[in-house]
Design a binder for this molecule. Structure first.
Ligand SMILES: NC(=O)c1ccc[n+]([C@@H]2O[C@H](COP(=O)([O-])OP(=O)(O)OC[C@H]3O[C@@H](n4cnc5c(N)ncnc54)[C@H](OP(=O)(O)O)[C@@H]3O)[C@@H](O)[C@H]2O)c1
Length: 273
């Protein structure tokens, strides 16, 4: 079995490869990267590294040669129309290379939103279906990273977490949980033509964030919803589904997702505690 992974130099890709090494031998993994020098540590572990650029179709067919499974990590390009073209290149190359199975990391509950990002992910899933190749759609929840935009350190020093008003609820997840689940799916049979919503099984709120921060720091921290807080993240969050839940991620992990307190502990850093 040859598992070919795009975006292997990225944060999610690296986590997935680390997890995958618990399931398969290094010589069963092919890491596809844009800059070969970024993959020296993977090569040292016995993982084959191939050049791949979503903008260069010829590179993709060569990169995907012999793949029994292709893990296609979505492009991070900021323009979704460009991403659509890049993704079409990947899918066409997968078909030409006779890839055995395509696993795609999209975004959770894309049908619940009407923005270019969710249309891009749905369009990519539909395009993958046109190939007739068995697929698995790994729809990732919002990365927990978004809370970095809230300036938790300022909240700790001032005692106030300033947010835009709203009844916010979050099904966000850590990349490490996503990676563990995706690595598990990649390494066994039985996931053909399945769609997984990889989100938390229960939502948390900003009230939960302040009470958890208070617990971690031993300092009282209050939630301060005010209209003056106009960070772009709030307008983005309003447009996507951050409240629907699913048991798919925990089911694939075979354990609970990382609790909010552990995520916050790592974001604020041990020195704060
Ligand atoms: N669910 C969420 O909340 C969320 C948030 C942000 C992004 N995402 C999506 O999830 C994906 C993975 O996340 P991540 O954190 O691993 O992102 P990341 O750290 O930015 O990694 C992106 C990967 O894509 C590669 N890449 C970029 N352009 C490419 C191209 N033209 N051809 C081939 N490879 C290319 C990068 O290679 P280089 O190292 O050469 O740049 C890198 O390996 C992102 O790409 C994005 O689509 C999801």
């Amino acid at each position: 079995m040859s598992i070919v992974i795009t975006g292997a130099s990225g944060r999610l890709g690296r986590f997935i490869i680390k997890e995958l090494l618990h399931h398969v031998q290094p010589d069963q993994i092919v890491a596809c990267v844009r800059q070969m020098e970024s993959a020296a540590s993977l090569e040292e572990q016995g993982i084959a590294v191939r050049f791949c650029n979503y903008d260069e179709p010829a590179s993709l067919k060569e990169a995907f040669a012999g793949a029994s499974r292709l893990l296609f990590i979505s492009s991070p390009h900021p323009d979704d129309t460009v991403r659509l073209r890049q993704h079409a290149h990947v899918i066409e190359a997968a078909k030409k290379a006779n890839v055995g199975h395509i696993l795609y990391t999209g975004f959770a509950f894309p049908e619940h939103s009407d923005i270019s990002m969710t249309h891009l992910h749905l369009a990519t899933e539909h395009a993958i279906r046109t190939t007739g190749i068995p697929y698995t759609f790994l729809r990732s929840g919002l990365y927990m990273d978004f809370i970095e935009a809230l300036d938790l350190h300022a909240a700790i020093s001032t005692g106030n977490l300033r947010v835009h008003p709203g009844s916010w609820q979050f099904n966000a997840v850590t990349r490490s949980d996503l990676a563990a689940a995706i690595a598990g799916v990649l390494s066994v049979e039985g996931h053909s033509n399945k769609t997984y919503e990889l989100v938390a099984p229960a939502v948390w709120s900003f009230d939960n964030v302040v009470s958890t921060l208070s617990e971690l720091t031993g300092k009282p921290i209050s939630l301060c919803p005010i209209n003056e807080v106009q960070h772009w993240i709030f307008s983005f969050l309003r447009k996507i589904d951050t409240a629907s839940t699913s048991g798919d991620l925990e089911h694939l992990l075979g354990r609970p997702v990382t609790p909010l307190i552990e995520s916050l502990r790592s974001y604020i850093g041990a020195s704060q505690i």
